[in-house]
Design a protein around this ligand. Structure first.
Ligand code: ADP
Ligand code: MG
Length: 255
């Protein structure tokens, strides 16, 4: 782990109108850690990930990424985000992969992967194309460079989405149920790509219903319910000997 703190989220609160979706969630993630987040639908898992990279604004708490403060809350309860360009720079260190792949339908596989580096980062085309090809090779899609997304299976689309996120050279990857929209026979190829990334020591937070993946690949498992972290620990402890009744009930229901 070498001790470097990649994410420090403290007491995150998030409300949608009167609905309290995150009730003071705290999570620290260290370099190279793979953290799996499990829990029932509606418990706030997606919202938490989205708060980390400012897709949602928080109502309380603080978030620090690699030592740089994205947002903090004063003693008086005033939430203050970093200035826009700084906030954007901080959030760019996190790549995100969603349940729905969100590929650009009018761009080929290769064009999808190079789009953000070209337009957001201003990387030169002849520099990013070899990188994109290497990433697509890693996820087993070199033969699909010129295909449009409509010609791909769900598993292939999701692997493009992973390569696309990696093309921005993130330090952290956030996955929000990346296999939930896939037919069961296509989940394996996506999990394999994620497992490979974990083996390369990418720092990852993975919201997932794939309990065997969480158990085998994660260094730590977080169980969320009703907007709070109910239990966390190493996978063997959480799956093998859950301490909280809510965790037990959830895991019994899943198996
Ligand atoms: P999970 O990912 O664990 O299934 P979510 O974070 O998606 O949970 O949702 C947590 C709660 O927040 C749910 O009750 C959901 O309906 C609500 N919610 C999520 N996003 C919004 C939104 N944009 N507006 C209003 N309510 C939302
Ligand atoms: Mg969700």
């Amino acid at each position: 782990m070498n001790g470097m703190k990649m994410i420090s989220a403290l007491n995150i609160e998030k409300n949608f109108d009167k609905l309290e979706v995150l009730k003071g969630v705290s999570l620290e993630v260290f370099k190279g850690e793979v953290v799996a987040v499990i829990g029932p639908s509606g418990s706030g898992k997606s919202t938490f990930l989205r708060c980390l990279n400012r897709l949602e604004m928080i109502d309380g708490g603080s978030i620090t990424i690699e030592g740089d403060e994205l947002v903090s809350t004063t003693a008086e309860g005033k939430v203050a985000y970093a200035e826009e360009s700084q906030a954007r720079m901080i959030c760019r260190r996190m790549g995100m992969v969603f349940q729905q792949f969100n590929l650009f339908p009018h761009l080929t596989v290769l064009e999808n992967v190079i789009e953000a580096p070209l337009t957001v980062k201003g990387v030169k085309k002849d520099e990013i194309i070899p990188v994109a090809k290497e990433l697509l090779g890693k996820v087993g899609l070199l033969d699909k460079l010129d295909c449009y997304p409509s010609r791909l299976s769900g598993g292939q689309k999701q692997r493009v989405a992973i390569a696309r996120a990696l093309a921005m050279n993130p330090d952290i990857m956030l996955f929000d149920e990346p296999t939930s929209a896939l037919d069961p026979e296509l989940t394996g190829e996506v999990l394999k790509a994620m497992r490979q990334l974990a083996e390369e020591h990418m720092t990852m937070i993975v919201v997932t219903h794939e309990m065997s993946f969480a158990r085998e690949v994660a260094n730590r498992v977080i169980f969320m319910d009703k907007g709070e972290i109910v239990e966390q620990g190493d996978p063997e402890a959480v799956f093998g000997d859950p301490k909280q009744q809510r965790t037990q009930a959830f895991l019994n229901h899943m198996s």
